[in-house]
Design a protein around this ligand. Structure first.
Ligand SMILES: Cc1cc2nc3c(=O)[nH]c(=O)nc-3n(C[C@H](O)[C@H](O)[C@H](O)COP(=O)(O)O)c2cc1C
Length: 311
């Protein structure tokens, strides 16, 4: 039974992975996608997105971080996958689910779900290029507009030799509208033999129990729920009560300090506010703090406000 932190471009970056994996309960992370076009990515680009590559492919807490590639050209994806494997990535995940119009316009992400044969070619090329001991996995949505090709896509991923498949149980047309269609996870699991990881709309420990029951999947990937309730994975693993806000605030401050140290400090307040904004539903205190910080742009002043609130 594994709990996997979902890739979330622009949201779950190196700093947040550092915090969430130190909080505990997460067995594996998949990093946000890196786009592959027609050239070999540089190690500089890769390390910017996934600095864990320079740290043995793991977060500070020792949790492995798989790289995710997004593109449509099997040869180019395979060459990049091999290069990244050589840099020490503990796994390569292939993105067949991104709904972003720009990405889809260039033939990557969810549009590939209309072309199972191309999905097969991509997975097979990547699997051939990456040493056997490094997992090559895939993440898909159920389809583009409907579920008519869902099972074909899952079969294509399996036939291509993937080690595992994660399914976000929605089509692109569903966007992020709840509910996720967990019953499709069971159908996919019955169709393919490779491990299926369930994903979509897990916000609480009870949701985690429900998705496992409906899908029959052991492993669950959680995205937004782990940002909203940062101790969600730990609670699932331990059965503990939710972490009280004063304790969580220490982690928020840690996150902000990491941001200021790693990025242009002018951008740190925005990232902090983004996270606080997502914690509203679980922690009313996050909303109060967000309001106190909203008008403030000076990173030093924000640090001072955080120190005052902590005291
Ligand atoms: C802001 C954001 C960015 C995302 N970026 C990626 C990504 O880079 N690669 C990917 O495969 N999925 C991405 N996703 C989809 C998530 O990994 C996940 O499949 C989706 O959020 C459903 O899971 P959840 O209901 O637990 O959040 C993203 C989702 C969000 C909300």
């Amino acid at each position: 039974m594994r709990l996997i932190l979902a890739p979330m471009h622009g949201l779950a970056d190196h700093s947040l992975r550092n915090i969430l994996t130190r909080l505990g309960g997460i067995d594996l992370c998949v990093a946000e996608f890196v786009r592959v076009t027609n050239h070999l990515l540089t190690d500089k680009t890769l390390l910017r997105t996934v600095p864990e590559l320079a740290e043995g492919g793991c977060t500070r807490a020792g949790v492995p971080v798989r790289m995710q590639l997004l593109g449509s050209d099997p040869v180019c994806l395979a060459e990049n996958a091999a290069f990244i494997a050589g840099l020490g990535a503990p796994g390569i995940d292939l993105n067949f689910g991104c709904p972003a119009p720009k990405v889809n316009f260039h033939g990557g992400g969810a549009v590939l779900l209309q072309h199972p044969e191309q999905i097969h070619a991509i997975v097979a090329a990547a699997r051939r290029a990456v040493p056997k001991h490094i997992p090559v996995t895939a993440k898909m949505r159920l389809g583009l507009e409907d579920t008519s090709l869902t099972l074909d896509c899952a079969r294509a991923i399996e036939a291509g030799g993937a080690d595992e498949i994660t399914v976000h149980a929605r089509t692109r047309a569903d966007r992020y509208r709840p509910p996720a269609r967990w019953e499709w996870l069971a159908r996919i699991r019955e169709t393919v033999k490779l491990p299926v990881v369930a994903n979509g709309e897990v916000w609480t420990p009870q949701d985690w129990e429900n998705i496992r029951q409906v899908s029959g999947c052991d492993d669950v990937m959680i995205g937004r729920g782990a940002i909203t309730r940062p101790d969600l994975m730990r609670r699932i693993k331990t059965g503990n009560e939710a972490m009280p806000w004063p304790e969580l605030l220490l982690w928020v401050v840690d996150f902000y300090e990491q941001l200021c140290a790693k990025m242009d400090p002018r951008h740190a307040p925005g990232r902090l506010k983004q996270w606080l904004g997502m914690m509203y539903t679980a922690y009313p205190e996050a909303e109060t703090l967000h309001r106190a910080l909203r008008a403030e742009r000076d990173p030093v002043m924000i640090g001072k406000i955080l120190a005052t609130v902590q005291a």
